[in-house]
Design a binder for this molecule. Structure first.
Ligand SMILES: Cc1cc2nc3c(=O)[nH]c(=O)nc-3n(C[C@H](O)[C@H](O)[C@H](O)COP(=O)(O)OP(=O)(O)OC[C@H]3O[C@@H](n4cnc5c(N)ncnc54)[C@H](O)[C@@H]3O)c2cc1C
Length: 506
């Protein structure tokens, strides 16, 4: 196999630019170009992320956090507040609240949260009080790498485009009209301008159109709709007035789905994800507006949840929505674009920059495992959410295909919120881990056979711990206070702050 030299990325959304920057930065020998069409807009939604995304951007790609904060103005997301299940709410963060045990208690934390589940670690305690970061000795905010960003899609993509140019990626505005396919995969893209473009490797980041993987190479699509019934979103929002800038995404149960609330500097971004089989667009709009009277313009986005069987076929690798998409309940898309981009360059680097069938095979296996893990985890959110008794939620209780999460639920049902063997039942590399499952199972008060009654002393110990977290959180910065400091010229980022945390290396 000849080493790859020329790489063409089709698509200039977040997937296209993240992929192009990754390829060029990590393997400078590559000649990388992005072809995107100003006639085909980017999707323009995708505002939540997970904690691995800032680590990737600043640690692995070396994007300067100072410039990023001053230009893109992200806000921090410490987790998700779920208005979900029978409790008033529960809190999900990127740290261990339940898959851990206090030294002086005999059982893991989940056993003490059956009735009241306030929080089990500091970020959740901060979220409970709409606080963002603790105060350090130097009076600045204690920012850690266990938090994610909320990003406005358009300025984020514009920023990435600038970085791509800076690192030497060529950017072409043109539209692919036709694609030639040969033995090795895609042999040429034929553009509206009359040009034809060939490459050793094509990265398909053309969004839901999946021009190369789905259309040209006709890779089969695996539909997740038996697990995830939603297929539409109404997106809207309003200019922030005196609403506090919350340090988390809110996920709120609706009649036929759920609504997100994502916090930007001057905007509150809301969206209702629903199933068209249960609700018309007009009905969804009416329910959405009733809950959110300040919402300005809205738009309906149609989508399917599912992924292509393989993401890397011959000389085409799809990333982002061109490879697959699951509805945004856990805001996983950006994280998997990053994860899979890193895996791709590492595979190529390992194979002397050539495409080898075994590298491709294991890459595809990893990507498949990720999609399936996300599918089963999201399915769990639907199957056990008993907050509203509507035809949509009844269908979720009765018909949601857990798609592999059954054994984990069985383990929980028999063993309660223990931590002993669940990791085995889960399999390797699940991005949510047993912690994610515990928060959703305990949070939704899914019944288990243990019915543990803690002794009085245990309850006291647990309460003392919760009180101590509450006290720490009460003396902390709000998001607005913390951002003012972080965006100021005086704030300095330690050079190794993100690279030390990056699981992909520097
Ligand atoms: C309702 C909803 C909510 C979401 N929320 C989140 C979230 O909170 N967090 C998250 O991580 N993700 C979220 N996502 C996913 C998000 O859309 C993606 O993470 C991200 O924006 C990646 O998009 P993309 O780059 O794959 O595609 P797009 O943004 O659609 O970009 C496609 C690109 O391909 C180009 N293109 C297509 N066809 C051609 C052609 N023939 N010729 C030339 N160029 C072409 C277009 O010009 C464009 O530049 C959400 C998605 C939806 C639908």
């Amino acid at each position: 196999m000849q080493p790859v030299k020329k790489v063409v990325v089709l698509g200039g959304g977040s997937a296209g630019f993240l992929a192009a920057i990754t390829l060029k930065k990590r393997i400078p020998l590559f000649d990388v170009s992005v072809i995107h069409s100003s006639k085909i807009p980017i999707i323009g939604v995708g505002e939540g992320s997970t904690f691995t995304m800032p680590q990737y951007l600043h640690g692995y790609l070396g994007v300067d956090p100072k410039a990023f904060h001053q230009i893109v103005k992200p806000t921090y997301k410490l987790g998700i507040k779920f208005l979900w299940g029978p409790r008033d709410h529960f809190i999900y963060t990127f740290n261990a609240q339940l898959d851990t045990r206090r030294q002086n208690l005999p059982k893991p934390n989940g056993y003490y949260c059956a009735d009241e589940f306030k929080f089990g670690e500091i970020n959740a305690a901060l979220m409970a009080q709409d606080r963002a970061f603790e105060k350090q000795d130097d009076h600045g905010p204690r920012v850690n790498t266990d938090v994610a960003y909320h990003l406005e899609n358009k300025p984020f993509v514009e920023f990435l485009e600038r970085v791509a140019l800076e690192v030497g990626v060529e950017i072409v505005d043109d539209t692919v009209k036709d694609v030639s396919v040969g033995e090795e995969g895609v042999s040429a893209l034929h553009l509206e301008s009359g040009q034809s473009v060939s490459a050793d490797l094509f990265i398909d980041c053309s969004g839901f159109r999946s021009e190369l993987l789905g259309k040209a190479l006709e890779e089969p699509y695996i539909d997740f709709s038996s697990s995830l019934f939603s297929d539409r979103a109404i997106a809207g929002g309003w200019t922030r007035e005196d609403e506090p800038l919350k340090p988390y995404t809110t996920a709120e149960t609706m009649d036929a789905g759920w609504a997100w609330q994502i916090e930007h500097d001057h905007l509150i971004n809301r969206g209702y994800v629903y199933s068209s089989a249960f609700l018309s667009d007009d009905e969804a709009e009416a329910e959405f507006r009733k809950k959110n009277p300040k919402v300005e313009d809205t738009r309906v986005i149609k989508f399917g949840s599912g992924s292509y069987r393989r993401s890397w076929v011959k000389n085409v690798v799809a990333l982002g929505n061109a490879s697959g998409f699951v509805e945004p309940l856990e805001a996983t898309s950006l994280a998997i674009i990053c994860e899979h981009s890193a895996k791709l360059v590492q595979t190529l680097a390992d194979n002397d920059l050539s495409i080898h069938p075994s590298g491709r095979k294991y890459y595809n296996q990893t990507v498949r495992t990720n999609w399936d893990a996300i599918r089963r985890f999201l399915a769990l959110h639907y199957k056990y959410n008993t907050r509203y008794d509507t035809p949509y939620w009844q269908a979720c209780w009765n018909d949601t295909d857990l798609a592999g999460a059954e054994e984990l639920v069985e383990y929980y049902t028999e063993s309660g919120p223990g931590t002993m063997w669940a990791h085995l039942a889960m399999g390797a590399n699940d991005p949510f881990g047993w912690e994610g499952y515990l928060v959703m199972l305990v949070g939704q008060q899914v019944a288990n056979q243990r019915n543990y009654q803690p002794a009085e002393q245990e309850t006291k110990e647990w309460q003392a711990y919760v009180d101590s977290l509450e006290k720490r959180a009460s003396n902390s910065f709000t998001m607005r206070e913390a951002l003012d400091i972080i965006r100021s010229d005086q704030w300095l980022w330690r050079p190794d702050f993100y690279s030390n945390a990056s699981p992909w290396g520097r």
